[in-house]
Ligand binder design. Structure first.
Ligand code: NAP
Ligand code: MG
Length: 764
């Protein structure tokens, strides 16, 4: 057997540690390779344990597993020439047919996280400048520009050179049916509802154009007196690209919010706001700030001047306001006014009722895609100030997608909670390639400083889109290139064909952007249904989001599946909503990105990097991260490699891994949450065991079966000993030598504590 080949993830400036998975260097002759990304937090820790298993098993098929470091730490170092730019390298690779990348979740760094990572790296001896607080000089501005490239969602848009195919693998769905998770009962007199705007919002104000020829656009605010302010100088666009502009009319928003606060009070339900301040990081904190102001109108009438002068913004939430006003002479009066208003009601939904943290405290505490399904799973309830569950008015200002949640609520009110043991599935085909749709639009979102007209102009000076705006309105533009749209339509047809399932495009002909997409689908769909065998007989429809949802959930109750084909935002929402209802979590999803140029990007699960899990590991040497997402991604990656490089052994590895994952689920080997049960490391041991047993038992390749017979015996024969070795380390603190850039040797030692397991893997 060959030794597994693992390339160094190029975070390091010089010395290569000889321990851990980033240690073994180069075999450039390897026939085919899989790139496994080195990321952050819990998935990174899991990698220290799981990657040695993957490398050992893959080596038997001549497959090398290389790593590339795209962690926050490595990306910072790369900006200052202290490490290779692995992200740029992978971004280029993703555009080639050879790409086979397993992408684990990574931190989308906020400024505080960025500062913490810089501090840690400086402490490790890297010569990095501090993050400039208030950049003045050109030099400081250049430093900020570099750090800004690491900030926020900086990884996924670079790698996602394809659209998204997310679904529950059959084994996971079957497991959920035989082991249904709890679902709170729904009552027909539930008073829970979604409230959304009927005019003046992003939906209503949207205008959309299809670009005729490659061009460069600009976005300009023309003031009432004719003065021009350039909001965005250059937006390059391609022929066929869909460009939208829209705005939130803040006067209409405030009227709406005031009405909903009164409505919640009148109906005796909790008031709750649901936004996405993390991803929509320009528009949604502003909208959140309006929610806070609408809830405390007299407070801001009375003290608005003082708060502004002290630099206290409602956009940072009630939490930031209450802690900052301590220094003001009016501090006590302001705190009393807040308390009085909260007591007067309506009651506000709570994030933590024990600590008195309301839904209005922190803009990013309540994130719509996770919070709405959690509410629906909990009988339509959120938690009130008294710590008890209660019916809720869920306020989602923009009406583009709010109707989806109202449709689910009405269905539950009429028919009761869903039954995970019988319900069907709603997989998703999502448009996201080349930064398609909303998430790419932060750099094109503006809080309007003065009354006037926002114009989107082409290079010739023609006005393509214009809106009359008032100060404070939130205006934004959004781009979607044509090639990704064509690929998305094709992927929908391919999935519908492969699964024999109806597919529904969730698009509203009354929305400007959607109307343009519907026209393009009219053009591209016949091409793809004709080109894909059996394509003509498929059930493919276009329905507005709320109707598409109603159609899909009616089927779900009958145990039927329906593919949701959506834009980027609904991709995010639906791949939390349906998995959480069907499976209890979105962490168990298969998440494939078929790259437009033929390669494969395999994302692991649909969750993030679970920072709480790292705290627990450091405190008590227990990692509750579930690697199921990695298992599914690996099987899909091996399968892709088998097909693209004609490697029969890789196909056997993929098939046996798939069966091993089924056994893993049936035997309940996912990590528990408490000490004394197996954690992430134990779950890797069991996967390795079941996988080796499947490989030893298969009859397609006798040599491979032979090789794995010894491993299966060494693992199976020592099950008790290995589990005991893994459990023995739990309960005391663990030292991994860093948070953003752990020490390889230390982290590897912590994550591979069973000598017996390590010896068994060394057989290969
Ligand atoms: P999160 O990491 O998904 O965490 C939310 C909770 O989900 C966790 O605390 C954990 O619950 C549970 N969870 C998620 N994945 C799990 C897994 N594989 N095994 C077990 N439990 C799992 O979301 P977040 O706190 O909003 O985001 C954390 C970071 O991840 C942020 O920096 C965010 O930007 C990033 N993120 C990255 C991606 C990506 O790269 N694709 C996607 C989303 C978020 P318990 O604590 O109850 O165990
Ligand atoms: Mg999500």
């Amino acid at each position: 057997m060959n030794l597994p080949t693992v390339l160094l993830g190029n975070a390091r400036s010089g010395d290569l540690s000889e321990v851990g998975y980033r240690s073994v260097v180069t075999d450039t002759n390897a026939a085919a390779s899989i790139i496994y990304t080195h990321t952050d937090e819990a998935p990174l820790l899991a990698t220290y344990s799981f990657l040695p298993i993957i490398s050992a098993y893959a080596s038997t098929a001549g497959v090398s597993v290389e790593t590339r470091d795209i962690s926050v730490a490595a990306r910072i170092l790369a900006q200052f020439g202290l490490a290779d730019d692995a992200l740029a390298e992978l971004g280029a690779l993703a555009k080639t047919p050879e790409a086979n990348i397993i992408k684990l979740p990574n931190v989308s760094a906020s400024v505080p996280q960025l500062k913490a990572a810089i501090k840690e790296l400086q402490g490790q001896g890297f010569d990095l400048p501090d993050y400039p607080e208030n950049a003045q000089t050109d030099e400081e501005k250049a430093v900020v520009a570099k750090y800004d490239k690491v900030k926020g969602s900086a990884v996924n848009p670079v790698l996602r050179e394809g659209n998204s195919d997310r679904r529950a693998p059959l084994s996971v769905k079957n497991y959920a049916k035989t082991h249904p998770h709890s679902m709170g009962a729904w009552s027909s007199d539930s008073k829970t509802n979604v409230a959304t705007m009927s005019s003046g919002d992003f939906f209503a104000n949207e205008k959309s154009v299809v670009i005729g020829a490659d061009d460069t656009l600009s976005i300009v605010l023309v003031g009432a007196d004719g003065t021009e302010t350039v909001l965005k100088e250059s937006v390059p666009v391609l022929a066929g690209e869909v460009v939208d502009g829209t705005f939130m009319d803040v006067a209409a928003l405030r009227v709406f919010l005031t009405e909903q606060i009164a409505r919640a009070k009148a109906e005796g339900v909790l008031f709750s706001a649901h936004l996405k301040a993390t991803m929509m990081k320009v528009s949604d904190p502003i909208i959140f700030g309006h929610v806070v102001q609408a809830f405390f109108p007299t407070l801001f009438e009375q003290y608005g001047e003082q708060l502004r002068a002290a630099g206290i913004s409602p956009n940072d939430g009630l939490g930031g306001l209450l802690s900052a006003v301590g220094n003001l002479p009016e501090g006590d009066a302001i705190k009393a006014a807040v308390a009085a208003r909260l007591a007067e009601g309506p009651e506000v939904a709570m994030v933590d009722s024990d600590k008195g943290i309301t839904n209005l405290h922190v803009p990013s505490d309540v994130i719509i895609d996770a919070s709405m399904p959690a509410m629906i799973r909990t009988s339509g309830h959120m938690w009130g100030p008294d710590g008890n569950e209660a019916d809720t008015l869920a306020v989602i200002p923009d009406s583009s997608y709010a109707g989806v949640y109202q449709a689910v609520i009405e269905d539950c009110r009429a028919h009761g909670a869903y039954d995970p043991s019988t319900m069907g599935s709603v997989p998703n085909v999502g448009l996201m390639a080349q930064a398609a749709e909303e998430y790419g639009s932060h750099d094109k979102t503006f809080e309007i400083p003065a009354a006037g007209t926002v114009e989107v102009r082409n290079a010739a000076g023609d006005v393509l889109i214009s809106h009359d705006v008032q100060p404070g309105d939130v205006w934004r533009a959004c781009q979607t290139k044509d090639a990704p749209i064509q690929d998305w339509v094709k992927l929908a047809v391919t999935r519908a064909r492969a699964s024999g399932t109806p597919a529904v495009f969730w698009l509203d002909e009354n929305r400007a952007h959607d109307a343009n997409l519907i026209a393009k689908i009219g053009e591209y769909l016949p091409q793809h249904t004709a080109s894909i065998e059996g394509g003509e007989g498929l059930d493919i429809r276009i329905l507005a989001p709320a109707e598409a949802c109603a159609f899909s959930i009616e089927r779900i109750r009958r145990g039927e599946d329906t593919i949701s084909v959506t834009g980027n935002v609904l991709r995010d929402y639906n791949t939390d909503l349906f998995p959480i209802l069907e499976l209890g979590t979105s962490a168990k999803m298969l998440s494939v990105v078929p790259l437009m140029n033929g390669g494969g990007l395999f994302e692991t699960g649909a969750g993030g990097s679970a920072p709480k899990h790292v705290q627990q590991l450091v405190k008590e040497n227990y990692l509750r991260w579930d690697s199921l997402g990695e298992f599914f991604a690996l099987a899909a990656s091996l399968e892709h490699l088998a097909t693209s490089t004609d490697n029969a052994r890789a196909q056997i590895l993929a098939d046996t891994l798939d069966r091993a994952t089924g056994t893993f689920l049936n035997e309940d080997r996912s990590p528990g949450r408490r000490l004394g049960t197996i954690d992430n490391r134990g779950s890797h041991f069991y996967l390795a065991l079941y996988w080796a047993q499947e490989l030893a038992g298969q009859s397609e390749d006798a040599e491979l079966a032979d090789a794995f017979a010894d491993v299966a015996a060494a693992l199976g024969g020592n099950e008790e000993k290995i589990v005991a070795e893994l459990l023995a380390v739990q309960g005391s603190p663990a030292d991994i030598g860093g948070y953003y850039r752990p020490d390889d040797a230390k982290a590897s030692a912590v994550m591979r504590p069973s000598a017996t397991l390590n010896e068994a893997l060394a057989i290969l």
